[in-house]
Every structure is written in structure tokens, then in C-alpha cells.
Design a protein around this ligand. Structure first.
Ligand code: CTP
Ligand code: MG
Length: 254
């Protein structure tokens, strides 16, 4: 019964601005993707990581992973772990047009003996290992789909489309969901492997695809549960997030 992690890292990072694909940008001199792989490999539960690279960047990502995580000719990466000894294999495959397609390609690369799968955004490089372990424990405890999440600070409004020929400023508010019942969800999200495979076999969601994997399970009617997330599992999406990520790393190294 092995646990594997799929890391979608094939996005361009449009909201971060022009430049290198987001997952390959550096934080404290190390590519965001490498931080993310290390965060997953830090969990004793994880024995395999599948990195889903930009389609034109597979060789570059393979070399980057070997550089940072396989410094010798050793066949796999052995992270420092309390009472360690286990090793984490790292596979690199090509991603697709949407996050959903990239995750599906990662799932297709998993060996048959994997029973628990986590999906973790490369864009969440600083997630603490306790969150990873908590998600794995909940899946192994019998939950088919588990997401880490946090209460919101901001009130959220649902807005509607501007009416045809509307004048005046602003978007019309349709509803205000009760904030106390909302959770901002993060990754890694954890799944019973068979359930997630089934969820992805339903076919694509239109547009940019599903923005999270648990949503696909919900479409199937599977129960999804939220476990505690962590502030440091935030997603690097916009330029200000890079400032925050650098500051978190600086504090960790202080
Ligand atoms: N992702 C992916 N394949 C895609 C699109 C996204 O693997 N075709 C990955 C990203 O690399 C990221 C994760 O999905 O690790 C979360 O997506 P997001 O934060 O939206 O990243 P990007 O799509 O790269 O950013 P943007 O939407 O600003 O372009
Ligand atoms: Mg995106």
C-alpha cells in the first residue's frame, strides 16, 4: 500500500507576470518546484513523487530535480528524516493545457501498487510536513477525499453578470455566503487512488478545468472532508505572494 504524490507544475503563472514558468522560478535561490518536492518527500508516508512539468520543459525539470535532489548518482533521493532510511523516487512527466489535464497525466504515470494519492500544487512550496501527514492519516483512516482548509478572513460576495445595457459602476452582488461556514482550501489534497482515478475519468470540466481535485470527487457524489490547513501552505499566485514566501523562508532560516 504505497502513497504517491502528483505535483502539477505545468502552468505558466500568468498572474505572476511574464518570465519563467512559475514552478521554475526561484525562492531563496531554489526553484519553487524543488521546495515543493522536498516538502512532500519530508513525509515518511510518501514513497513516490510524480512531477508534471511544462510539456516543453520535461528535460529541464528532470535535470533540475537531479541537480537539487539527486546530487550523486544514487537512483533516488533520501531526504533527512527523523529515524529516516526510506527513499522517495521522483518521476517527471509532461503536463497538459489545464491543471486538470496535468493531474490526469500524473495519475496515468502511477504504478499499480499505489493506493493513496496526494495532489499538491508546485505553487504551494512551503507547506509544513504536519499538514502532509495529517492528510495522509485521514485518507488511511477511511476518508476517500481529504482537503486541508482554513477559515476566511475576508467576507466573500457572489457576483452576477452585468445586465445587458447596464450603466453605472461595479458588479452586482447576488449573495453573501455566511463566512463562518466557508473554508479556503489548499493542497496537498489526499485521495483513495481508485476514487480519484474515477473522478478524473468523468471527463474534463469546461474552461480552465477543475481548479481542485476534490471538486471532481464532489461531482461524483463522494464525501469530501476538510482537515486543518496552514497559513504557510498559501499558493504563490501574484507578485506579492513572492514577497511573503521569501519572508517565510528568511524567518525559517533565522
Ligand atoms: N498547473 C498545471 N498545468 C496547467 C495549469 C496549472 O500543472 N496547465 C499547475 C500549476 O503549475 C500550479 C498548480 O497547477 O502548480 C496551480 O495552478 P495555478 O496556481 O493557477 O498556476 P498557474 O496556472 O501556473 O498560474 P496562472 O493561473 O496565474 O497562469
Ligand atoms: Mg492557473
Amino acid at each position: 500500500p504505497r502513497t504517491a504524490v502528483v505535483i502539477p507544475a505545468a502552468g505558466r503563472g500568468v498572474r505572476l507576470g511574464p518570465g519563467t514558468p512559475k514552478a521554475l522560478r526561484t525562492l531563496h535561490g531554489t526553484p519553487m518546484l524543488v521546495h515543493a518536492v522536498r516538502a512532500m518527500a519530508a513525509s515518511r508516508a510518501v514513497s513516490l513523487v510524480v512531477v508534471v512539468a511544462p510539456p516543453d520543459g520535461v528535460a529541464e525539470v528532470r535535470a533540475m530535480v537531479d541537480d537539487h535532489l539527486h546530487p550523486t548518482e544514487a537512483p533516488s533521493f533520501a531526504p533527512a528524516r527523523a529515524g529516516g532510511g526510506d527513499e522517495t523516487d521522483i518521476v517527471v512527466v509532461a503536463g497538459g493545457e489545464t491543471r486538470q489535464e496535468s493531474v490526469r497525466r500524473g495519475l496515468d504515470a502511477l504504478p499499480a501498487d499505489v493506493t493513496t494519492v496526494l495532489v499538491h500544487d508546485a505553487a504551494r512550496p512551503l507547506v509544513p510536513v504536519d499538514i502532509v501527514d495529517g492528510v495522509v492519516a485521514a485518507v488511511r483512516g477511511g476518508a476517500p477525499a481529504v482537503v486541508p482548509g482554513l477559515p476566511l478572513s475576508d467576507t466573500v460576495k457572489e457576483v452576477g453578470a452585468l445586465a445587458e445595457g447596464a450603466t453605472g459602476p461595479g458588479e452586482p452582488v447576488v449573495a453573501t455566503p455566511e463566512r463562518a461556514r466557508l473554508r479556503a482550501v489548499q493542497t496537498p489534497q489526499g485521495f483513495d487512488r481508485e476514487a480519484l482515478d474515477r473522478a478524473h475519468r468523468q471527463g474534463p470540466v469546461q474552461g480552465e478545468g477543475a481548479t481542485d481535485d476534490a471538486g471532481l470527487c464532489e461531482r461524483l457524489g463522494l464525501p469530501v472532508v476538510v482537515v486543518p490547513g496552514h497559513e504557510e501552505a498559501f499558493k504563490v499566485t501574484r507578485p506579492l505572494d513572492l514577497v511573503l514566501a521569501e519572508a517565510v523562508l528568511a524567518r525559517r532560516r533565522a
